[in-house]
Design a protein. Structure first.
Lengths: 268, 382, 71
């Protein structure tokens, strides 16, 4: 299958701004699905609200565009009721970690077999550029005209602490790496988190003088380094990319299947 | 046969009804006074191969059942006031996306944390207007365990028939009281199963195009038809649209599919109504006191009866208006500050003859309470 | 593995929003934006079929079609 077979082409060109990294997330994610040879009928994409959430409308899977922050809660219902389905849950940073933060940590804690993708552009784009829990201090936003004073979450550390059994970070510059990470995350049995830095030139880039989409990709290139690389060891100021956690821990739906067996034996 | 007779709580009767109706997936969060529903289902659902999950909060529970409904399962959640407040946005989503699901609200005193272990019927209007925007909703209630069972089955049937969330508005007294339940034989009460599309693989399926009879056949997530589900206004494929005609038509559809069927959806019971000059309108546990009072007064020759409502939304206006047409006075007996009374006043011919007999202190309204108010109405002194 | 040979850049001009990402990061400097701010392959002979433009394109507007005729 070609990548276009996974698209709902009638809705293109998409609604994202010129240079928005979200299109690259869609692009690389579909390459991963294509490489894995997944059947479209077996995939459910669940999203919340925001620029990121619109991604579910563009893919020819079962698509569930829900309410702000709750995509993982909906996805949990889909997955537990039909564990054979593959659940892809792309979310924005505010969607996943502000309003949806509770669902995020608890889905990770359960280790339910869902692939959560945090499309981190460090801003609320759809509403016009307010700071998010991933903006970090010293940034400009429409709700931080002087500067932000809030600390940001480290998505990797948060996911690890919450119990996710696969945790990775990549960027929209490192597309080949992103494809490989998506493939591993989707294949992984358990809760997978992929944080992908994705540029918002319209709001974040402009307000924080990071330039256009090209400049922002250069920043991703120059300020990140592969985990285990010499560059990262020598310069801790760089942000690590790659796979941070990949472990086998009991998966929620499989464990629930055992509960069913236990309960059935009890009545028999 | 004996095992079909149970002596149980109302919350357990609700569970029995839900399982009889075909419940397969429950998500919930602990909250008094509904928790027994979750506890019992955590035990019984896996015995039948069903799924129970205790979610991280009330919102997540509501979202999870919507997700599970989309894969073709009958679903339910249960809560009380504060949890019902939290679920409202997702209930609106289920209205908009037309997802069958059942939400039990075992009412306790509010607002806020209120009176968690005590009875109230203060969520009647919230059931109707808790979520934002114009919409329609079905809300049912019952006063005894046999009816709790039957109305719960009904809730699932209506949810499937109209592709809508259905609210079961019970209350603390009904939920926690123990009395007899005779579980009907399989087949005794008809079950409405999920209506699935007959459209074959590769043929364009319209999840939001009603058939001639108004029903919308569904296709399970994971099946042959890949479509979009959204809380945005959407076209017949489920894709977002803000075309004024699409918006207007969808809103009309969402409201009309329920409001125009109010006569089919209306559920009520008549107690001593035939020649009643004084009519009490009541529901849930307060109806028990009203019925007791009517029985007692009938023995003394007074022409008094009870119209017991079992569907509160869409409000059974025609029923209320017709039954109350000849009454000297209508007394609405409820445990709130007149939420159903206002509906009754709005639909009867002589609203000045409608009175409220209520109690709002967390205690069950008693026959004596009602009697006292009735004496005032009848001009017989306090 | 045989060296990849380009057949064509299949560019969807309706989808391209002219962000310039493909132009900037093309290792062979094959691409440019035209007056309409749409991408065009001006030096296709320099294309090494790395497909980075195709993979990075946020508009999913570029496809590198390889020549597989004389394998």
């Amino acid at each position: 299958m070609a990548i276009k077979d996974y698209l709902r082409e009638r809705f293109f060109p998409h609604m994202w701004c010129p240079g928005c990294g979200h299109g690259t997330v869609l692009n690389t994610l579909l390459r991963a699905v294509e490489d894995l040879g997944l059947n479209k009928n077996d995939i459910v994409m669940t999203s919340g609200i925001g620029c990121s959430a619109r991604i579910s409308g563009y893919v020819d899977f079962h698509s569930l565009h829900t309410i702000h922050g709750r995509a993982l809660a909906f996805a949990t219902g889909v997955k537990l009721s039909r564990p054979e389905l593959t659940l892809l849950v792309p979310m924005g940073d505010g969607d996943a970690l502000a309003i949806g933060g509770n669902h995020f940590i608890h889905a990770a804690r359960r280790n339910i077999d869902i692939t959560a993708i945090v499309m981190n552009n460090r801003i609320y784009g759809m509403t016009g550029g307010q700071y998010s829990p991933l903006s970090g201090p010293g940034k400009k936003a429409t709700t931080a005209p002087y500067k932000t004073i809030d600390n940001q979450f480290d998505v990797v550390e948060l996911s690890k602490a919450a119990g996710a059994s696969f945790v990775a970070r990549t960027t929209t510059y490192h597309v080949q790496e992103a494809i490989e990470i998506f493939k591993k995350a989707i294949t992984h049995k358990g809760f997978s988190v992929v944080e992908i830095l994705t540029q918002c030139p319209t709001h974040y880039g402009r307000k924080n003088k990071e330039g256009d989409a090209v400049n922002m990709l250069e920043i991703y290139r120059d300020t990140t380094a592969k985990v285990g690389s010499k560059a990262l060891t020598e310069n801790p100021a760089l942000l690590g990319r790659g796979i941070f956690v990949d472990k086998d821990t009991p998966e929620y739906c499989e464990e629930y299947e055992k509960i069913i067996q236990l309960a059935m034996r009890e009545v028999a | 046969m004996n095992e079909q007779i149970k002596f149980i709580q109302g919350n357990e009767a609700c569970v029995e009804g839900a399982l009889y109706a075909g419940l397969e997936f429950f998500a919930g969060y602990p909250i008094t006074p509904s928790t027994e529903i979750a506890e019992l289902l955590s035990q019984l659902l896996p015995q039948k191969g069903g799924k129970f999950i205790q979610m991280e909060d009330e919102i997540a529970s509501m979202c999870a059942i919507i997700g599970a409904s989309l894969t073709g399962h009958k679903v339910m959640t249960a809560t009380s006031g504060p949890g019902f407040s939290l679920k409202q946005e997702a209930i609106g989503y289920a209205c908009m996306a037309e997802i069958p699901c059942v939400i039990v609200n075992v009412q306790r005193g509010g607002p806020s944390t209120g009176n968690p272990t005590h009875v109230s019927q203060g969520d009647v209007n919230q059931a109707r207007w808790g979520t934002h925007g114009d919409h329609a909703i079905i809300a049912l209630t019952a006063s005894n365990h046999q009816d709790v069972f039957a109305i719960t089955v009904d809730a699932f049937n209506l949810a499937e028939t109209y592709r809508t969330p259905v609210v079961l508005l019970f209350d603390e007294v009904v939920g926690h009281m123990r009395e007899k339940l005779v579980v009907p034989e399989k087949g005794e009460i008809a079950i409405v199963d999920r209506l699935r599309t007959s459209v074959g693989k590769g043929v364009d399926y319209h999840p939001y195009l009603p058939r001639e009879d108004g029903r919308l056949p569904m296709s399970d997530f994971g099946g042959d038809h890949r479509y979009n589900v959204t809380g945005l206004f959407h076209d017949m494929w489920g894709f977002p649209s803000n075309d004024p005609k699409v918006v207007k038509d969808l809103l009309h559809h969402l409201v009309d599919k329920i409001e125009t069927n109010v006569n089919i959806i209306s559920r009520y019971k008549e107690h001593y109504l035939e020649d009643a000059e004084y009519i009490m309108i009541s529901y849930g546990s307060s109806a028990r006191s009203a019925i007791h009072m009517a029985r007692h007064r009938r023995e003394k020759g007074e022409k008094i009866g009870v119209l017991e409502l079992q569907s509160l939304w869409p409000f059974p206006e025609a029923v209320v208006r017709e039954k109350c047409a000849g009454a000297k006075a209508v007394i609405v007996v409820e445990m709130n500050m007149g939420q159903v009374m206002r509906q009754v006043k709005a639909c009867v011919d002589r609203p000045e003859t409608v009175f409220l007999a209520n109690r709002i202190d967390g205690k069950l309204i008693t026959p004596t309470n009602i009697k006292g108010i009735l004496r005032v109405i009848q001009g017989r002194g306090v | 593995m045989a060296k990849k040979k380009l057949k064509e850049h299949r560019i969807n001009r309706d989808w391209c929003k002219g962000c310039g990402i493909c132009v900037k990061f093309c290792p062979g400097k094959v691409l440019e934006l035209d007056a309409m701010e749409k991408v065009v392959a001006v030096r296709p002979k320099d294309c090494i079929c790395c497909k980075l433009c195709e993979l990075r394109c946020p508009d999913l507007a570029i496809e590198i079609v390889e020549d597989e005729g004389d394998e």
